[in-house]
Design a protein. Structure first.
Length: 338
């Protein structure tokens, strides 16, 4: 018996010595929250991150993606609080959905602020991005990397939209953040804020006339061309994604595994951004796909866009103080390369 116990003890010691470093105390599963399905670049990017972490941690860290709002019961504005409280360990969330808690994130929804992807990249990588990361960390949440939902374009079932007058009386589903309601009201539309799950039903039934969302993450994957025959490319707002982790969750990992998580996040989100932007620079071949599906595609020129921006001046006057005048100025300076 003593010999058997000695052999067993030696076996336990050997297992302990060969067990993955830092695995002791890790949870069997870490929850990652996100709004969309796995078929979108948003969902695919989240899964890519989870797969990279599992592979590079040698199976020590297993992250499960809860697609389609599975953790927040379709109330997407709850996601950030769940992350703050640790009910979700990770999240790949829209700055729109997190803006009710982090008001400065409304920066990206300020109408017609960002003229291009390049301008957005300068802001994310510049002083503004650093300030926003610091703001988010005050809520016990650590930003790992930036992803992208994309420029929000307008689709509708009624008519081409080339001037603000074309929006008059049009019932448009908008994201739940109040700045969107204010923007479309200023443009003369009838804004209808609702969560995406409700919006899909409303679009399918014709209960709303239009909606605004990015081409490659929402419009194409969700086949909105089956219900809306008109799309206006106007780039009125940009919607970055943020891959983030609860600060306490991150601190529970070894230094080695924290680095695994950070590097996997950067790699996965760089891939996701490329997917979100595919075909939306240069020849805009994503729009050719929409034309092939029967959509009438209208791409606004600078003068046409300016007419919409002028109508949105009251939104700027109202929301710049809420976002923070220093944040808005910092973003403008970053875009100028200052």
């Amino acid at each position: 018996m003593r010999k058997l116990l000695t052999i067993l003890a030696a076996g336990v010691l050997a297992l302990a010595l060969t067990a993955p470093a830092g695995a002791a105390g890790y949870k069997a599963e870490y929850k990652l929250s996100l709004r969309t399905s796995e078929t979108s670049s948003w969902g695919a990017g989240a899964q890519r991150f989870a797969d990279l972490v599992r592979e590079r941690s040698g199976g020590r860290i297993n992250i499960k993606c809860y697609f389609n709002g599975g953790l927040f019961a379709d109330d997407q504005t709850r996601e950030f609080m769940m992350l703050k409280q640790g009910a979700a360990d990770f999240a790949l969330g829209s700055t729109i959905n997190w803006s009710p808690q982090v008001g400065s994130l409304n920066l990206f929804s300020l109408p017609f602020l960002f003229p291009s992807h390049e301008a957005l990249d300068k802001v994310k990588q510049g002083q503004t991005g650093r300030r926003l990361r610091a703001e988010i960390e005050k809520f016990n949440v650590v930003t790992l990397a930036w992803g992208e939902n994309g420029f929000r374009e307008l689709t509708n079932r009624l008519r081409p939209v080339t001037t603000p007058a074309d929006l008059k009386g049009m019932k448009v589903r908008v994201a739940g953040a109040p700045i969107f309601k204010d923007t479309f009201a200023a443009l003369g539309a009838d804004p209808a804020p609702m969560n995406w799950g409700d919006a899909l039903t409303a679009i399918q039934r014709g209960a709303v006339d239009g909606q605004e969302n990015p081409v490659n993450v929402i419009i194409l994957p969700y086949k909105l061309y089956q219900h809306h025959k008109y799309i206006t490319i106007w780039r009125y707002a940009i919607d970055p994604l943020i891959l983030a982790v609860n600060k306490d969750t991150l601190g529970s990992f070894s230094a080695e595994d924290q680095q695994v998580i950070r590097s996997a996040a950067e790699e996965a989100m760089a891939w996701q951004v490329d997917q979100a932007r595919a075909g939306l620079t240069g020849d805009l071949d994503s729009l050719e796909k929409l034309r092939a599906e029967g959509m009438t595609v209208t791409v606004l020129g600078p003068e046409q866009t300016m007419a919409f921006k002028i109508k949105c001046k009251p939104v700027w006057d109202q929301w710049t103080p809420r976002i923070g005048e220093e944040i808005v100025r910092a973003a403008q300076a970053d875009m100028r390369g200052e």
